[in-house]
Design a protein. Structure first.
Length: 573
């Protein structure tokens, strides 16, 4: 049983009957008349050997079925409060008070606000007190119903996120922070199921998944639906941390079986992330489990949160904040690596590479901050900055040399930027702003641009060709581009990935791959650039096979602006 706190009204008026030393029929009539006039259950009580006895009561009170012999039955906590309050009032040391009472055994779970007030100034055997009970059952039931709706998922009847967190907090408070772990389950392709077979089938799938999950959980585990296609399980640890993995594997096995929905048999995949609580904070536990779930989506296996994961996530968040500021404040720099003609050793151009030296974090590798930019959406302003900085530098070199240098700059564009930005318009505008011809710019794209959205890629490349820009496919051979698409797209240069070039002289298979790429490019009327050239022998072999240009440490490492300009002037003499 529990005391249920319910709203109470103001105190009822209590007459002062004095402290009668003699109980007369007239006084009893006055008492009874007063009680009968009250709109709520009320009784007059006096001291007794076992707490208190009922002297008078009205019809409302009698209908409740409470008698002197049964008065001290019911909820223990309510009985203690009532007995203590009544004892103090009848002893003349309290002016009365009230409490909320729920008595399941005595009045079928009804809820009351009980008020006790002294009648007169008597004490001892002559003391009297007025007890009133205001029925709050309807209000409490409505409140409990609303609370259930707020804390539960209407589709499955499981706890929603709010209800799940509340249940978990209660469990952690009762059993300690080290007794729980969390398992998060994300259903893959759920939105596609809704699109293909309709939302009714999607709802049926969610309900079926909930039933399956319940069937493999222990009684002590708590299941909730915390998102549209996300379920959470609070695992009570009894045999050590391995409990959470046992539950996760049972969940994985249960969801691996196909689901029969109407006329369809559907097999779904799920990602599962787990976390152990270490400080009793449920939000931290949720955040850790979500980080593990993110890695599980990528690894396709059950993942358990590790503290290093949180450190990495914090670093990525810090890098995102600092990168945004660096772009806004123009704090990034550009390095330039020469592109050399393998036939005659003359310089053909430079590949422009973004660099970021943070005053506190040090030098941030491009692979790290570009990944952060792509995840956060900063890749669009970063790509625009790189394009503008490269063309601005090339125009400044022309002005410094007092002639148009016969070189071009290569700028890498992310597939995400191509998908989100109007690349062709940006390129045309930047060329126009810096008074440069389009053939002095090479836009380097990876094969994923074509694979992700061939139609959009084709339109973008055609628009770039209208600007007279050179289009190069970077890291060719490492992706999954369609040769038919490659034939149709206006690509000028294939850049052979360094993984095929490095160690090529000692690996016949790599030689065969490079020869095949060169033959393909020649057949399609494209030129080629080999990355990662570190020896003169390798450069000669590539030239003999028909490769057009090359870049690598044999020629030069990436150079800063001034050194690259000097390198260009020396190479053009």
């Amino acid at each position: 049983m529990e005391i249920v706190v319910a709203p109470t009204s103001g105190p009822l008026p209590v007459p002062n009957f004095g402290a009668p030393s003699v109980e007369t029929p007239a006084i009893r009539v006055v008492h009874q008349a007063y009680l009968d006039a009250l709109p709520v259950a009320a009784a007059v009580i006096s001291p007794a050997k076992r707490g208190a006895q009922i002297l008078f009561s009205n019809e409302h009170f009698k209908r409740l079925g409470i008698s002197s012999r049964r008065h001290d039955r019911g909820d223990v906590l309510a009985r203690v409060q009532a007995t203590d309050l009544i004892r103090r009032v009848l002893a003349g040391v309290s002016e009365g008070g009230r409490f909320d009472w729920r008595d399941d055994g005595l009045i079928d779970g009804r809820h009351f606000t009980v008020a006790v007030a002294p009648l007169g100034a008597g004490a001892g055997s002559g003391a009297r007190a007025l007890v009133t009970l205001i029925d709050r059952t309807s209000e409490v039931q409505v409140g409990e119903s609303l609370r259930r709706q707020i804390l539960s998922d209407p589709l499955t009847g499981l706890a929603n996120r709010t209800g799940f967190v509340e249940g978990l907090e209660v469990g952690i408070t009762d059993d300690g922070p080290h007794s729980f772990a969390m398992v998060l389950i994300d259903l893959s392709r759920f939105s596609r199921i809704n699109e293909c077979v309709g939302s009714l089938c999607g709802d049926e799938l969610i309900i079926t998944v909930a039933r399956r999950l319940l069937s493999v959980l222990r009684v002590s585990d708590l299941l909730g639906r915390t998102g549209a296609n996300e379920f959470a399980i609070a695992v009570r640890i009894t045999d050590g941390p391995g409990d959470v993995l046992h539950v996760a594997r049972r969940v994985e096995a249960s969801l691996a079986q196909p689901f029969r929905l109407s006329d369809f048999e559907i097999k779904i995949d799920c990602a599962i992330g787990c976390a152990l609580t270490d400080d009793g904070h449920t939000e931290n536990l949720f955040r850790h489990a979500q980080l593990a779930l993110k890695f599980a989506k990528a690894s396709k296996r059950i993942e358990v949160y590790q503290p290093a994961v949180l450190n990495a996530a914090r670093r990525r968040f810090t890098l995102e904040t600092e990168l945004r500021r660096a772009i806004e404040r123009d704090e990034l720099t550009m390095a330039y690596q020469p592109l050399m003609s393998l036939a005659d050793g003359k310089i053909a151009g430079f590949e422009c590479l973004a660099r970021w030296d943070h005053p506190d974090l040090g030098s941030i590798p491009p692979s790290e901050f570009i990944a952060v930019a792509e995840d956060s959406g900063l890749i669009v302003p970063l790509g625009r900055w790189a394009l503008d900085r490269a063309l601005k530098t090339l125009a400044a070199w022309d002005m410094a040399a007092q002639r148009e240098l016969p070189i071009y700059f290569g700028v890498n564009l992310s597939p995400i930027q191509v998908a989100r930005d109007d690349v062709a318009t940006v390129v045309a505008s930047s060329l126009r702003n810096h008074c440069l011809a389009g053939n002095r710019l090479s836009i380097e794209l990876t094969e994923s641009v074509i694979v992700g959205d061939p139609e959009r890629a084709g339109k973008t490349l055609e628009a770039l060709k209208c600007c007279d820009a050179i289009v190069a496919m970077d890291d060719f051979g490492t992706g999954f581009s369609n040769l038919a698409s490659l034939q149709k797209l206006p690509i000028d240069v294939l850049k052979i990935d360094r993984s095929f070039v490095t160690g090529m002289l000692d690996d016949p298979d790599k030689v065969a791959i490079v020869r095949a790429i060169l033959s393909l490019a020649q057949a399609l009327g494209m030129t080629t650039t080999a990355e990662g050239i570190e020896t003169a022998e390798l450069a000669r072999r590539l030239a003999a096979l028909g490769c057009t240009t090359g870049q690598g440490y044999l020629f030069s490492r990436p150079l800063d602006n001034d050194d690259a300009f000097v390198f260009a002037l020396n190479a053009l003499r």
